[in-house]
Design a protein around this ligand. Structure first.
Ligand SMILES: NC(=O)c1ccc[n+]([C@@H]2O[C@H](COP(=O)([O-])OP(=O)(O)OC[C@H]3O[C@@H](n4cnc5c(N)ncnc54)[C@H](O)[C@@H]3O)[C@@H](O)[C@H]2O)c1
Length: 278
């Protein structure tokens, strides 16, 4: 393992009860985080995931906790960040993975505005609330340094990774509301990078296409056409494993990535680099 990819600080993962958030929290524990806080609106899955993380943790002082919140609630988001700083002293790494997909495919002309409002409220506004509160907490703490083969450097006050989507850059026919919300999530990430990198706070995005989560597995079981579509458009003929996204997140939060900010990593096996899918 590169020494720069090792973590040792306090992590907060929002949406850690399932899917990409849960896998990310496990990767941060495996990469050496001293604390991982599992935040989710689902108290039960946050608790079971938090307990499960202990088997992957490599830091001998590993501690884990949970926090029940909803990214739609500004006070709940602030309380979550205050909880982490109060209980564990600082906030080094954040992952914002809570998000929803409105499911239905409809052309833009048939956009349901209630559904649009809901998805924007959760995905875009929710990501802004989380990033805003996390940056504000990081601004108040001292920067840390890291010593490697090229000497000692300032690695800043903290780092954030927002889970965006391949739809943060490319549209999917009939997925207007989701695509618009994910473009906005990327804008939150870029603006945090623009406004706060000079303060030693980095913010980046991961942009996956399809990721194998329990939810996608159910969908693939129910609708074999989706499996055939993924196989047709992905050069790797499969969805990404959750771990393939989670480990990239751990890297982006680590000292190895301290010159990366306001940026994004597309995790799509080159799907979005083509002008035509067939
Ligand atoms: N799975 C994929 O194929 C895929 C691909 C690209 C992008 N994404 C994005 O990744 C993110 C996570 O997706 P996933 O597939 O892991 O989803 P998931 O449904 O498996 O997990 C999401 C977690 O977030 C929590 N959550 C949802 N809404 C919340 C809210 N309002 N407040 C607090 N917690 C909330 C859920 O309880 C759940 O534990 C989403 O933003 C999604 O758009 C997923």
């Amino acid at each position: 393992m590169l020494s720069g990819t090792k973590l040792d600080g306090v992590a907060l993962v929002v949406g850690a009860g399932a899917g990409i958030g849960r896998e990310s929290a496990f990767s941060l524990a495996e990469a050496g985080a001293r604390v991982v806080v599992f935040a989710d609106m689902n108290e039960e899955t946050a608790k079971s995931s938090s307990i499960e993380s202990k088997q992957f943790a490599t830091n001998t002082e590993y501690q884990t906790a949970t926090f029940t919140m909803n990214v739609k609630d500004a006070k709940g988001v602030q309380d979550m960040v205050d909880f982490v700083v109060r209980e564990f002293g600082r906030l080094d790494y954040c992952v914002n993975a809570a998000g929803v997909d409105n499911g239905v495919h409809r052309p833009l002309s048939e956009t349901d505005i209630d559904s649009f409002d809901n998805i924007m409220y959760t995905n875009a506004r929710g990501m802004l609330l989380c990033t805003r509160a996390q940056v504000a907490a990081m601004q108040k703490q001292d920067p840390r340094s890291f010593t490697s083969r090229s000497g000692t450097r300032d690695i800043g006050r903290g780092a954030i990774v927002n889970v965006c989507s391949a739809n943060s850059f490319a549209g999917l026919p009939g997925k207007g509301s989701y695509t618009i919300s994910k473009h906005a999530c990327m804008a939150v990430t870029k603006m945090a990078g623009i406004d706060h990198t000079a303060e030693g706070i980095r913010c980046n995005a991961v942009c996956p296409a399809w990721v194998r989560t329990p939810l996608l597995d159910v969908e693939l079981e129910r609708n074999p056409e989706i499996r055939a579509m993924i196989s047709a458009v992905s050069p790797l003929k499969r969805a990404a494993e959750g771990e393939e996204v989670a480990d990239t997140i751990a890297y982006l939060l680590s000292p190895s990535a301290t010159y990366i900010s306001g940026s994004s990593v597309m995790i799509d096996a080159a799907i979005t680099t083509t002008l035509r899918l067939f």
